[in-house]
Design a protein around this ligand. Structure first.
Ligand code: SF4
Length: 248
């Protein structure tokens, strides 16, 4: 079994609990205008937008993940599937998660949530922890910013929480797109409807800009300044006031 991957990153501390290996899959169903990983958007290789992407077989990816098992055990870590969107490779993702779990390794999925509910639920059965991104609470605005509406995303989020999965919703806070107090109120409504009690806020940064240069693509957020937690304290408080634990 094979999949296209961007890379495998070791010793990550920001993609779930403990020390983790992160497998970045190629291909994403969204086209976020602020995307910091534009090289991960195309599922296919050889499009001139790979920046090191390659074909990898299940055995090879599994072996790379297993190399750091002692670190996972020591730190309470494990393996995170990310992208792009790992759910664009549902059979590979499922087989990898199953194999990892059979070895006693904690599994996480960093996801857009934009996936067929059947595929989502099947992969969810082998996933211990979700990093679940929400880009906008309003469907037309979601489509404006990402190219797709948010119906499937909210449906899968509701299902995962109702199924008792451990889910951390995350909002990339994007200047002029979803950073107003009325946006915070809209997100709160969606989170409460889904049964979420906490959310991580990810302030917009410019770390992807150089990749657009390498890819020869225009970057819609080229001159937009980064956001910082101290500028978003009132925004964060708006979640707290609705009973949602919001943190950076
Ligand atoms: S979901 Fe992530 S990888 Fe996909 S386009 Fe948006 S920011 Fe980029």
């Amino acid at each position: 079994m094979e999949a296209n991957i961007c890379n495998i990153q070791k010793f990550s501390l920001h993609d779930g609990p403990g020390i983790r290996t992160v497998v970045f899959f190629k291909g994403c169903p969204l086209r976020c205008r602020w995307c910091a990983n534009p090289e991960s958007q195309e599922r296919a290789l050889g499009t001139g937008q790979d920046l090191g992407g390659r074909r990898a077989c299940l055995k090879e990816v599994l072996e790379a993940c297993l190399q750091d098992k002692p670190f996972y055990e020591e730190s309470g870590g494990g393996v995170t599937l990310s992208g792009g969107e790992a759910l664009l490779w549902p059979d590979f993702a499922l087989a990898l998660l199953q194999a990892l779990r059979q070895k006693g390794i904690h599994t996480a999925l960093e996801t857009t949530g934009f996936a067929d509910p059947k595929a989502f639920q099947s992969v969810a059965g082998e996933t211990d922890y979700f990093l679940y991104d929400m880009k906008h609470w309003d469907s037309p605005r979601h489509r404006e910013g990402t190219g797709v509406d948010n119906r499937l995303i909210l449906e899968n989020l509701r299902w995962a929480i109702a199924a008792g999965k451990e889910v951390l919703p995350r909002i990339p806070v994007i200047p002029g797109y979803n950073d107003s107090l009325s946006d915070a109120a809209g997100f709160c409504r969606r989170l409460l409807e889904a049964g979420a009690k906490r959310v991580q806020l990810l302030p917009f940064h410019q770390l992807g800009e150089q990749k657009y240069v390498l890819l020869g693509r225009d970057y819609a957020y080229k001159d937009v300044p980064a956001l910082h937690p101290e500028e978003l304290e009132t925004y964060r408080q708006a979640f707290q006031q609705q009973g949602i634990d919001a943190f950076f």
